[in-house]
Ligand binder design. Sequence first.
Ligand SMILES: Cc1cc2nc3c(=O)[nH]c(=O)nc-3n(C[C@H](O)[C@H](O)[C@H](O)COP(=O)(O)O)c2cc1C
Length: 285
Amino acid sequence: MKFTINPEKCTSCGICAEECPAEAISRKDESSLYTIYQPFCIRCSHCGIICPADAVICDAGDFSPWEPPEINQQDLLSFLQGKRSIRHYSEKPVSRDVLETLLFTGSVTSTASNRQEWEAVVVTGEKVRELSRDVMTFYQGIYKMARNPLFRFILAFTEAKRYVRNPGTFRKFRRFIERFEEGGDPVFFNAPAAVVLHAHKRHKQWGLTDCVLAGAAMMYGAQSFGLGSCMIGFAQVVLNFKSGLREKYGIGKKNTVHSVFTLGYSSRPYRKLPKRKPIPAQFIE
Ligand SMILES: Cc1cc2nc3c(=O)[nH]c(=O)nc-3n(C[C@H](O)[C@H](O)[C@H](O)COP(=O)(O)O)c2cc1C
């Protein structure tokens, strides 16, 4: 994508240069016109969407008009508060149209330096069950090893010590495995769809933040379609641990998975709000 300034329309007001976060817009002197220095441009569009003279040209087409929609603050809070992690789904599939709209919803969020380097894998139907089995195979292996006292003894000297030293954690883990072996899906809860957001390792600094922001927008967007969702850290851990599994699901070996979540229609209504503690905050004034 390339942005340029139409010299016939530009009034030299300079608002684009002030707006540009990348210091890409300047002019030589008071009598010359503003130009965009392409190597600095991060293609964020701010120049084009602020220009009062419509003088910025984007080779990908015109900028869509936009007016802030009227949103009632109380309704918005209620909508956000109503976002639950859904673990019981009806069998109704999520349509391709809705999935594509949600991907678009994710794509409108901010990314560091406007890099937009995230990628998505959308898994649906039986493929979600297969991914769930792949994830559980990994945990079954860990469980098998964790039952060996010698292995547990060694683990007690590693980062995993808080898991092996706590008998409650081990019991919970055993129940997790049993639920799978009894035919359940303790990873994706039989959801009809799941989304994996990932970014290349070279995008180390901000890939996680970019994916989490896009994922959050997708999950709230899903809610506006009456869809439930749930973040699945259990799957994220395994996908990041097993490069072969990433490869199987079309995720580059050099990519890190930053967000995994389910999508589907909840089979259970919630009629009350959960309790939450306030964010401990300081005001520095
Ligand atoms: C980073 C992250 C990872 C999570 N991983 C899982 C998971 O693997 N399985 C699960 O059932 N819930 C998972 N959750 C959901 C949380 O348990 C849930 O958000 C929390 O219990 C609060 O419930 P609520 O989302 O309905 O408000 C995860 C949430 C986050 C933010």
